[in-house]
Design a protein around this ligand. Sequence first.
Ligand SMILES: O=P(O)(O)OC[C@@H](O)[C@@H](O)c1c[nH]c2ccccc12
Length: 271
Amino acid sequence: MSDPTNRIDRHFAGLRASGKRAFVAYICAGDPTLDATIDVVLALEKAGVDIVELGVPFSDPLADGVVNQMAADRALKAGATFPKVLEMIRTLRTKSQIPLVLFTYLNPIYTYGYERFHTDAVAAGVDGVLVLDLPPEEALQNAELKPAPELAHIQLIAPTSPPERIELIAKNAEGFVYYVSRLGVTGAQVEIATGIAEQVAVIKQSTEVPVCVGFGVSNPEQAATVASMADGVVVGSAIVKLIEKNGAAPDLAAQVEAFVKPLVAAVKALS
Ligand SMILES: O=P(O)(O)OC[C@@H](O)[C@@H](O)c1c[nH]c2ccccc12
């Protein structure tokens, strides 16, 4: 169900009306610092990014490749904690209304407390949550594991997800469905995965919710190719790598903006 009060749903409704695809960017909150994350998100927004995925830094990020692992490590070493990430989002919300999705493993939410998490995330201005290591069956059977109604519960589908599971996930989808285009962990790849268009078509048989595809996209050409097969494309590690290289530069935000602009432009050029 589309919720007009949720920034993700509202944003996709606008994109749909204008026939445009979404560009979704992933960064790790607190890398290199929480203050820098605010500037980087504002730079992403200026570059035309539609939705920002904010990773909650975690010590055992099992689905993340080395670039994202190192980003989480930098953020943790710089002092990022789950409460501090929420505090940063509260500050960010005084400057931006860009749709925000928290990417997290279950452990930080468990430690913080489910109810407290739901209340505080909504109050901070988070629009959606993707709990990376939470299987859909668990989320559906345990009410406390489902985000609050105001938070879209975003879920992953993998190339190996069997049809029954795709149907289960897609039927309960909120915000958007995230199709990870390949097995393994996050990270830039030379070649785009095969079978994306086919899997997106299967997912779309069970849901009206937009489908975004990510994993391994790092340049404008790949972004356009992948986006042309779905409602949106996600780029993570390529941006995180740029932050890794230029974290200490005074013009980090400007560099992020310059890097992301052509990626966004390639996606927005599609009709
Ligand atoms: O890094 P890539 O290959 O561009 O893929 C996006 C990815 O980083 C981001 O969406 C993400 C970060 N952590 C994840 C864990 C699982 C699935 C996806 C993610």
